[in-house]
Design a protein. Structure first.
Length: 313
């Protein structure tokens, strides 16, 4: 059986880390593409030189030519500009729109049957851009942010409670911006409500830290943004699709029909709980939120809407 083919667009920190993680799982052969061809080729070769030691058989190939990405099963868009300290993700809108637009045109041309996972910020507006420019079905285009935000939320809860991360089930929905919506009601520690382990004040502190989790890393790194946890989050999504896990996770997807109406966000891509499997977005789960969570949700949707309205699409 032929191996699956995954293309990672952008050989920066996220792209290269993801290539290594995917190769180690022998999920597929990987094409790493970057406008700086030397960086893509150099990082791909470096990863392959680790394969005899780490013992993986997947092939990682670097290129600057989209023809070599042809026929990919999954394409991950990490290309674009990261923010600098003091900037919000939204400040990247127009610069990264041009990047995601031109990448999406190439994906449409060379890999018309691919699933597309968008990582470039501002995430929800860039997912919408990829969806519109490729014209792919809505179940095949999604943005990675909810998995990352939920992982941060889970880690911070683990740190505060002193309970293993393995026991924490945390969930964040909404846009991937400063007003994302970490869910209190659906966050549990070994199946028990998180409020059994954290006071209201402690939980609020953790929620605020989650909302600004990306910015905390940007401030520390000074010249870039997070990449280990984002790469791990993309890996989780790719495996859910390729191994048909039907995993429930949070992702930015296009909302219309019944789900769009339920969430009051028709025509937008925003983070919601989905079932992710071999068909991509197989179902959007409608959550019964508290009044406070609905209010937070609406605020987050408004932020995404304001950005999308500015896009020349
Ligand atoms: C993140 O959350 O780490 C990314 O969206 C990058 C950023 O600028 O925060």
């Amino acid at each position: 059986m032929d191996r699956k083919k995954i293309t990672i667009v952008g050989a920066g920190n996220i792209g290269a880390t993801l290539a290594l993680l995917l190769a180690r799982r022998e999920t597929a052969d990987i094409t790493l593409i970057d406008i700086n061809e030397g960086v893509a080729k150099g990082k791909a070769l470096d990863i392959m030189e680790a394969s005899p030691i780490l013992g993986f058989n997947a092939h990682v190939h670097g290129t600057g030519d989209y023809a070599e990405t042809a026929g990919s099963d999954v394409v991950i868009i990490t290309a674009g500009f990261p923010r600098k300290p003091g900037m919000s993700r939204d400040d990247l809108l127009f610069k990264n729109f041009e990047v995601v637009k031109s990448v999406s045109e190439q994906i449409k041309k060379y890999s018309p049957d691919a699933f597309v996972i968008v990582v470039t910020n501002p995430l929800d507006a860039m997912t919408y851009t990829a969806l519109k420019v490729t014209g792919f079905p809505k179940n095949k285009v999604m943005g990675m942010a909810g998995v990352l935000d939920s992982a941060r939320f889970a880690y911070f809860i683990s740190e505060k409670t002193g309970i293993s991360v393995e026991n924490i089930n945390a969930f964040v929905i909404g846009g991937h911006g400063d007003d994302m919506v970490p869910l209190r009601k659906f966050t549990t520690v070994a199946g028990m409500p998180v409020t059994k382990f954290l006071s209201k004040e402690e939980l609020e502190e953790v929620i605020q830290r989650t909302r600004f989790g990306g910015g905390e890393i940007v401030r520390l790194l000074k010249t870039g943004s997070a990449f280990y946890a984002p790469a791990a989050s993309i890996l989780e999504m790719v495996l859910a699709i390729l191994w048909n896990k039907r995993k429930i996770l949070s992702a930015s997807v296009y909302l219309d029909g019944e789900a769009g109406e339920y969430y009051g966000a028709s025509g937008l891509c925003v983070g919601v709980p989905i079932i992710l499997g071999k068909e991509g977005v197989e179902e959007i789960i409608k959550l019964d939120l508290t009044d406070e969570e609905w209010a937070d949700w609406r605020k987050s949707v408004e932020s995404v809407k304001r950005l999308v309205e500015k896009l020349p699409l």
